[in-house]
Design a protein around this ligand. Structure first.
Ligand SMILES: Nc1ncnc2c1ncn2[C@@H]1O[C@H](COP(=O)(O)OP(=O)(O)OP(=O)(O)O)[C@@H](O)[C@H]1O
Ligand SMILES: [Mg+2]
Length: 365
């Protein structure tokens, strides 16, 4: 937000003739971290012209990014990959389909649990089409005065028609809440209606993607307007193996059973697997090791699984107890002692203490 305001200030200063001050601000802005750049683009001239901005807060309601073909890695089950490819082909060969009278609007909705690659799919698609990705932050759109949402929507959709791009409504459910929702019924209904009108008014060749975690919240009328639908699943065994291989990359230690990792990570999303790998890689880099340590990967994985199950592990002792439970075959007393840098006796004590608690029927960690 600060970058945004600073950009606006620079614009104003320049208009008022204080060119030196303006360029000093812009120079400073140019050195802000990459994540702020899009906000900055929103504030002053961007290569894409003036981005729509929320009337009150002046926050830019869209992020512009330029995903590069080949730089965004996407791993999907083969059926989904094929469906996505169908979508791409129909976008790329629209003229041909149009001439034959079998074209469909370029609209795709992705739904599924968090971290399954919905946003990543949008990036990948924009990269494949070599178009900028306009991500609409539906939360900003909503949280700006509710009454203004309709106008903001209009601006965003207008903008998307002016420039060749992929328009991406992320966290779509923030906008497209079911009509019967009890809270703020009137206001939300207005938003849904405005959204439908905007989608209907879009030319069929505008590329529109949407993503949501809560498909059950989506209004049927909205579903109907997206001809392509991708149900993003949690990765299966095979895909998890590929995800582990990809995220560990050059840091994969030589004897490491990817299939075992994949088995133990059942139920986790791609994003969770990536996080485990990043943590293990960071540790390897900070201790100047060329590879991650196998034990460290399994340990972080175990802790992630615990978190995923809603288990809270507040102490080293509870971590040790959990790991032992979770994967007794791997986490022997010796391995645990090495992983935590303590003696095997301390490990034994921790485990025995848990057994004692277990006898009292008090296992909730
Ligand atoms: N199928 C996948 N292929 C490649 N990377 C993936 C996949 N799933 C998740 N990831 C990794 O996890 C990260 C998070 O995924 P992403 O943001 O796309 O999830 P999402 O489905 O949009 O989640 P949310 O619903 O929380 O927004 C990505 O940056 C990517 O690195
Ligand atoms: Mg997402």
């Amino acid at each position: 937000m600060a970058a945004n305001y600073a950009g606006l200030l620079a614009d104003k200063l320049e208009r008022d003739g204080s060119r030196r001050e303006a360029s000093a601000i812009r120079e400073r802005l140019a050195r802000v971290p990459a994540a702020l750049v899009s906000a900055q683009l929103g504030a002053h001239r961007s290569p894409l012209g003036n981005l729509p901005v929320d009337g009150d807060s002046r926050l830019s309601t869209v992020d512009v990014s330029h995903p590069v073909l080949g730089e965004v890695q996407l791993l999907l089950p083969s059926a989904l990959q094929a469906r996505l490819q169908d979508f791409l082909s129909s976008v790329q060969h629209r003229d041909k389909l149009l001439a034959a009278g079998v074209s469909q609007p370029n609209r795709l909705v992705m739904h599924g649990p968090p971290g399954t690659g919905k946003t990543q799919t949008a990036r990948w698609t924009a990269g494949q089409l070599q178009l900028p990705l306009l991500t609409v932050r539906c939360d900003t759109l909503i949280s700006s005065l509710l009454g203004q949402t309709s106008r903001n929507l209009r601006r965003v959709f207008d903008y998307a028609q002016e420039v060749p791009c992929v328009l991406f409504l992320d966290e779509f459910d923030a906008l497209a809440t079911a009509r019967g929702n009890e809270r703020d019924v009137g206001e939300l209904q207005r938003v849904v209606i405005a959204l439908l009108q905007n989608i209907d008014a879009l030319p069929d060749d505008t590329i529109l993607l949407a993503a949501t975690n809560h498909d059950q919240l989506l209004d049927y009328a909205i579903w109907r307007r997206f001809t392509y639908r991708l149900a993003m699943p949690l990765p299966d065994q095979d895909l998890r193996e590929q995800l582990w291989a990809q995220f560990l990359g050059a840091y994969t230690p030589s004897p490491l059973s990817l299939s075992e990792l994949a088995q133990r990570s059942e139920g986790l999303s791609g994003a969770a697997i990536e996080q485990v790998c990043l943590d293990a890689k960071r540790k390897a880099i900070l201790s100047a090791k060329p590879h991650v340590e196998e034990t460290e990967v399994f340990r972080r994985l175990g802790l992630t699984v615990a978190m995923n199950n809603g288990q809270r592990l507040h102490s080293v002792q509870s971590e040790i107890q959990w790991l032992r439970h979770w994967y007794p075959k791997y986490f022997s007393q010796r391995v645990l002692a090495a992983a935590y840098g303590v003696s095997q006796r301390q490990i034994r004590n921790a485990i025995e203490e848990e057994n004692d608690n277990g006898d009292r029927g008090d296992e909730s960690a």
